[in-house]
Design a protein around this ligand. Structure first.
Ligand code: ADE
Length: 239
């Protein structure tokens, strides 16, 4: 996967992309990330990228020209038809299903504003997705785009050493993850549930599934509203 980020603060990405799993993913060529400062595309003498709002009002808006030109320059280098993702608190709430959908793409372009809003014509003409990572306002889209990039890249084939771990994540089956334990079996009198020491894989799977369901019901009942429950799950919920 190729990822392009258009931002006025490219340095914000340096540390994040050069650590841990994202670093290894880039080294193994599972993805490559290219950061463009769209100020470089401003066609005016002072490289301005923002201007006052028509009709008055506080704050500045990002102008269409540098962003259109920067996006078009990136699109020209791509054989895929990349989705153009605007990071904004007004966007579609981000979740694991959205991450899985983006992970199927060959090329993504992220558009990050800072402080200011975007001229509406950017939304109307070049943006395919508007994403919000939560109901709060950040100083810019950069951190939000990093959240999305991290969650997408870890789903790409070969990125997580053990592919099973993405399959058993919280949300991957619509439920939160079940509790997990490592050694010792008894720590200060707190014991690991017997079933996990039983060696009976069928019972262990059933226990995990039940605990996932229980935890989801307690912590995130909203997730169950949009999930079709199996007959077994319905029975467990009655217990
Ligand atoms: N930019 C500022 N706040 C944001 C949010 N919550 N999600 C996505 N982009 C943002």
């Amino acid at each position: 996967m190729r990822i392009d980020v258009l931002s006025l603060f490219p340095d914000m990405y340096t540390g994040v992309l050069e650590q841990s799993i994202l670093k290894k993913a880039a080294e193994s060529e599972a993805f490559s990330c290219h950061i463009t400062n769209f100020r470089d595309y401003a066609d005016n003498k002072h490289q301005r990228v923002d201007d006052y709002t028509y009709g008055g009002g506080a704050g500045m808006l990002l102008m269409p020209q540098p962003i259109f030109d920067a996006v078009e320059a990136v699109q020209k280098t791509s054989e895929a038809k990349p989705r153009v993702i605007m990071m904004t608190p007004q966007g579609t709430p981000y979740n694991q299903n959205y991450a899985e959908d983006l992970a199927k793409e060959e090329h993504l372009i992220f558009l990050c504003g800072h402080y200011e809003g975007f001229d509406e014509r950017i939304r109307e003409s070049i943006v395919t997705d508007e994403i919000s990572i939560g109901d709060y306002v950040l100083t810019g889209g950069e951190l939000a785009s990093m959240v999305v990039i991290d969650s997408v890249v870890r789903l790409l084939p070969g990125v997580l050493g053990n592919e099973v771990s993405a399959d058993t994540d919280s949300f991957s089956n619509g439920l939160l993850e079940h509790p997990q334990y490592t050694r010792p079996a008894d720590f200060r009198g707190m014991k690991v549930p017997d079933v996990l020491l039983s060696g009976n894989h069928k019972l262990i799977e059933e226990w995990r599934h039940k605990e996932s369901l229980r935890r989801t019901l307690l912590r995130r009942p909203d997730l169950l509203e949009s999930r079709v429950l199996s007959d077994k799950e319905k029975e467990w919920l009655k217990e």
